[in-house]
Write a protein that binds this ligand. Structure first.
Ligand code: FCB
Length: 451
């Protein structure tokens, strides 16, 4: 039996835009994802989050569902534009009330909330002011965070500032395949700076105005990078990729600086004039935990093709099995990631705030969904968590992505990550076999290894 520490937290995760729907109800303001989904060609099948899983209305059933699976903690995000429809200024009590009802329902069912302040759905009116390119965003974000600390801090003890700022700035401002859809690498650098600065400011405000005994952290997506071959050129490519996707975010938050090798590389086209005195101190304000979202690895060689060709890096597939996202399955990457965080950044408590897999599920005639590939993925990654714990990593909990199938951003509803199936015609929820297995894991605080 693979046995977890007694106080290990078993959770599951979602995000506001991906599940809530009800985008025009109770005074919610437009978000950048509402807008982005309307740009032709940006989201598969012109899909959007207008209805999504209708969680806004079905939240009470969803909490019961979480409870029925034995899950102990629920990570969700707040839609900023429900709280401040204009992003700043006058709060909207009806929007706040939804989260109060959700949180009360969680607490009544003894499920611990982990609230993420920002999972990508910026109020459109703030985007109209430049979005994360505008340094003022760091103050608007802190005001929004502080308002929620004061309104919800009695009930919510675990808080996350941002979810995956790399995706927000790189995909949103440079690749252009996430909202707001800009295509300019320098904008990515500037936006990432403001995102991390806003994290630091909100973390400082938490110390002053947040709940006593509460915890605040940030969630970063970490993709360990490996050289394709064991030679200097491939190692250099892997190091650049690591600097680009991982260290650019880990270092400011946990070390208070940007990685010098990347500053040198980016200095060819960026002057960093947006960095102000004292920023690094703020960005590295002490936090209580690091959230890690882990899905896959990246393997690298020198080259000029593809997204990072301009940095001399090409990432390649290595023939490992892939999920329906075409992401290679490599649980060892999670062990390496966790050990590396400890070695390079110290013994900060870590939660896996997301891990999971999309597969093409089949519904059997009797209605069961035997998603063995997803179950096996989860099992292998839980084993990786246990290996990391045994190696001394301070890993405190695991949040499975996702509670239920939902709006998977530019892929629309075509990629199902849920342990619970959502029938998008009826919105009926049906636990898949992976969910039933996860329940047994939680009950036993461990599992018998089959993979
Ligand atoms: C992460 C996101 C989450 C979901 C998963 C599959 O990057 O945080 O919302 O889309 O990927």
């Amino acid at each position: 039996m693979i046995q977890f520490p007694k106080d290990f937290i078993w959770g599951t995760a979602t995000s506001s835009y991906q599940i809530e729907g009800a985008v025009k109800e109770d005074g919610r303001g437009e978000s950048i994802w509402d807008r982005f989904c309307r740009i032709p060609g940006k989201v598969r099948n012109k899909e959007n989050g207008d209805i999504a899983c209708n969680h806004y209305h079905l939240y009470d059933d969803d909490v019961k569902l979480i409870k029925s699976l034995g899950v102990q903690s629920y990570r969700f995000s707040v839609a900023w534009s429900r709280i401040f429809p204009e992003g700043t200024g006058k709060p909207n009590p009806k929007g706040l009330d939804f989260y109060k009802r959700l949180i009360n329902s969680l607490l009544e069912n003894e499920i611990e909330p982990l609230l993420t302040l920002y999972h990508w759905d910026l109020p459109q009116l703030l985007q109209d002011k430049g979005g994360w390119m505008n340094r003022d965003m760091t103050d608007y974000f802190t005001d929004y965070a502080t308002y929620l600390y004061q309104e919800l801090g009695n009930q919510v003890k675990k808080w996350g500032t941002h979810n995956e700022p790399w995706v927000v700035s790189y995909k949103g401002y440079s690749l252009g395949n996430a909202a707001p859809g800009y295509v300019d690498f320098r904008s990515h650098l500037k936006a990432s700076h403001h995102l991390l600065l806003s994290h630091g400011k909100a973390a400082q405000a938490f110390r002053e105005l947040g709940p006593k005994g509460g915890e605040i952290g940030i969630t970063l997506n970490i993709e360990p990078t490996y050289p394709l071959e064991d030679n200097e050129e491939c190692k250099k490519a892997a190091a650049i990729k690591d600097g680009f996707s991982n260290r650019w975010f880990l270092d400011p938050v946990l070390k208070g600086s940007y990685p010098q090798d990347m500053v040198d590389i980016y200095s060819k086209f960026e002057t960093f004039d947006y960095i102000k005195d004292g920023d690094f101190e703020v960005m590295s304000s002490p936090t209580d935990f690091l959230g890690v979202n882990y899905y896959s690895i990246s393997t690298n060689k020198p080259g000029t093709q593809g997204e990072l060709g301009f940095l001399g890096v090409e990432s390649v597939k290595t023939g490992k099995p892939v999920t329906f996202m075409d992401w290679e399955v490599e649980p060892q990457g999670l062990v390496d990631t966790l050990q590396r965080i400890k070695a390079d950044y110290g013994d900060i408590p870590v939660y896996i705030t997301e891990n999971g897999a999309a597969y093409e599920d089949q519904v059997d005639e009797d209605g069961t969904i035997n998603d063995e590939d997803r179950r096996a993925y989860i099992e292998m990654h839980l084993k990786a968590c246990k290996d990391a714990i045994d190696a001394g990593v301070n890993l405190k909990g695991y949040y499975l992505w996702s509670l239920m199938d939902n709006f998977e951003w530019r892929y629309g509803y075509s990629k199902r990550f849920g342990m619970v199936r959502v029938d998008y015609d009826t919105l009926k929820r049906t636990p898949k076999n992976s969910a039933l297995w996860y329940k047994t894991v939680i009950e036993a605080n461990g599992f018998n290894q089959t993979k």
